[in-house]
Write a protein that binds this ligand. Structure first.
Ligand code: B12
Ligand code: SF4
Length: 510
């Protein structure tokens, strides 16, 4: 149940495609459903049960775990004969035994799920509920026995053999997520990107990728393609990455020739792997503003190396990122994290101040999540880390971050989103223009003043936005956006805009 109203998550598409091509396809009908996180749990449960499913599979991530538990409870309460309830996804792995039970899921699949899903369906179709032969799962046997099957860390999908097309399935397709490879070459200690931990990238066959892209780009309403690979241009992947980007150029040219708008691309890249040739290729993509995301996280070399386990040469990296921001301009978005172990609020401010000098269209500022199963979570005590035991596992405090520091960092980040990041609240873009055109040097003090202003002049509103923002970044920003578009808020909105422009201009004159 991903949190998008407009598209299905990629996991469910890949699972369905695998089943259709490798599984007992004729005997099953697979329907994909996506719900907003705002949908009521009983309504979601009722809608799922309306089609009288035999098996219901859920994708569980940090952002939907609590909601999913509620939906599962409602299904169990409402259905006299309950379907088999499965869960998979990155957020089941850390505590599967707690998710499985008479009130929870029947089966939890750990790690990549295509083959496990196929085998569960096959066994269920044969009328059995004995899943012991499937590695890497936890399931309820009978009324109360919880079985954890043989671990098989090596059982990662051989996606190079997945030569069949991805089933696109019906939805509005304004945005589509797609992967051409899995895994990551690095193993940063806070990240769960590469669940194999193998520091290896695995690839889908290039002909399949091209075929899928061809069909995806034929979708008339498609506006954005999000490529969810960890990176594209590692030296040994560069030729392949360029081939994929050139395919996208060709397909977009085809769209334009037939009167369709080109598709904007969003992609994650590693600054170390971008050179003149790859930048030139990326520059030709109709990338959305901030379409190329770089996960900088912090400019602190020691934190990068000793705490996060990332190779990081401060001089080279910052120089390279500054060059990229000149070459790729507004296409670039840089991500930073507040709450990282080993650095405090002062360190975060230094990273943010650096990123602001790059004048990118977007900055991603994220509250640190202590994702269970990561090295940092396993060594939480070493950094005095306290974090939420339930999703999304936000940092609560650590040896270097107090609760108050985290709150200050959230306020500052919120102000940067509001008044700096292009189009988060388009009505406030004039403030960004003043900051970019008129403020010289470090612009962080402008945002300190903007925070002070919101606290002094709009305290209830700012507190509400901030509370929502701290619960969910997207919801907090959406709340602010909605405020500014409502005509009944026009007078306050205009006042915030003119006061904020004046605050920024005051810094320009210094
Ligand atoms: C696209 C993406 C997003 C998208 C949304 C995704 C969506 N709605 O579908 C956006 C940009 C919104 C996003 C945001 C965030 N994301 Co994100 N995102 C991803 C990304 C890059 C790709 C997900 C994907 O489609 N993968 C491809 C599919 C095929 O893999 P998969 O989802 O893991 O599915 C496989 C298995 O898990 C399993 N499986 C999955 N579901 C099911 C269901 C069943 C029934 C079965 C049997 C098996 C199964 O089988 C699948 C096939 O093998 C992943 C990293 C990655 N490469 O996976 C991070 C990732 C999922 N995100 C992550 C995080 C932390 C976030 C944020 C919280 C970051 C932040 N600090 O704000 C935000 C939160 C968003 C929010 N709403 O609050 C973490 C999640 C960790 C976790 N425990 O859940 C990941 C793993 C990245 C990381 N660095 O660790 N994200
Ligand atoms: S943070 Fe980025 S580079 Fe590091 S392991 Fe995760 S995906 Fe790979």
């Amino acid at each position: 149940m991903p949190d998008s109203d407009v598209t299905h998550g990629l996991a469910m598409r890949t699972l369905k495609s695998y089943l259709a091509h490798r599984g007992p396809a004729d005997a099953v009908e697979v329907t994909l459903r996506t719900f907003s996180l705002r949908a009521r749990e009983d309504a979601v449960a009722a809608e799922i049960m309306q089609s009288r499913p035999h098996i219901v599979g859920f994708s569980r991530y940090v952002w939907n775990g609590t909601h999913l538990n509620g939906v599962v409870r409602k299904i169990r309460e409402s259905a006299p004969s309950c379907p088999l309830l499965l869960a998979g996804g990155p957020d089941v792995a850390h505590d599967p035994a707690r998710s499985v039970g008479r009130k929870g899921f029947d089966v939890v699949v750990l790690g990549e799920g295509e083959e496990a899903f196929r085998r569960i369906v096959e066994i269920a179709l044969a009328g059995s509920s004995q899943f012991d032969s499937i590695p890497n799962i936890v399931y309820r046997k009978g009324d109360s026995e919880i079985v954890t099957t043989r671990p098989a860390p090596e059982a990662f999908e051989d996606i190079s053999s997945h030569d069949f097309p991805l089933i696109l399935d019906a939805d509005d397709h304004r945005m589509f997520r797609y992967e051409t490879s899995r895994g990551c070459h690095f193993r940063c200690r806070y990240c769960k990107w590469d669940r194999s931990g193998a520091r290896k990238i695995r690839y889908y066959p290039i002909e399949k990728v091209k075929g899928d892209l061809e069909r995806i780009f034929a979708l008339p309403r498609l506006a954005v393609l999000e490529l969810v690979d960890s990176t594209f241009f590692r030296p040994r992947d560069k030729a392949r990455g360029l081939e994929i980007m050139e395919t996208i150029h060709r397909l977009n040219a085809g769209r334009e020739a037939s009167g369709l708008a080109p598709v904007g691309v969003v992609t994650e890249q590693n600054h170390l792997f971008l050179d003149a040739e790859t930048c030139a290729t990326l520059s030709r993509l109709p990338l959305r503003n901030g379409g190329i995301a770089l996960g900088l996280q912090t400019i602190d070399a020691e934190v990068n190396q000793k705490v996060l386990g990332r190779g990081f040469n401060r001089r080279t990296s910052l120089h390279r990122i500054a060059e990229l921001s000149r070459d790729l301009g507004s296409r670039l978005a840089i991500d930073v994290i507040y709450g990282l172990p080993g650095e405090g609020y002062g360190g975060y401010r230094r990273s943010l101040a650096f990123v602001l000098t790059l004048r990118t269209a977007h900055i991603g500022m994220y509250h640190f999540l202590v994702l269970p199963g990561t090295h940092i979570a396993d060594h939480a005590a070493q950094y005095g880390i306290r974090y939420e035991t339930v999703s999304p596992h936000r940092l609560l405090s650590s040896s270097t971050w107090s609760r108050e520091d985290l709150l200050e960092a959230a306020k500052l980040s919120f102000a940067v989103y509001l008044f700096y990041c292009e189009d988060v609240v388009p009505q406030l873009n004039p403030v960004r223009r003043v900051i970019l055109d008129e403020v010289r040097g470090n612009s962080l003090p402008v945002f300190d003043d903007l925070v002070r202003y919101l606290q002094a002049e709009h305290r209830p509103l700012f507190s509400r936005w901030l509370r929502t923002f701290q619960d969910s970044m997207l919801d907090g920003l959406t709340d602010a956006y909605r405020f500014f578009v409502r005509t009944e808020n026009g007078a306050v909105a205009r006042r915030i805009l003119s006061d904020a422009v004046a605050i920024a201009k005051a810094h320009a004159e210094r």
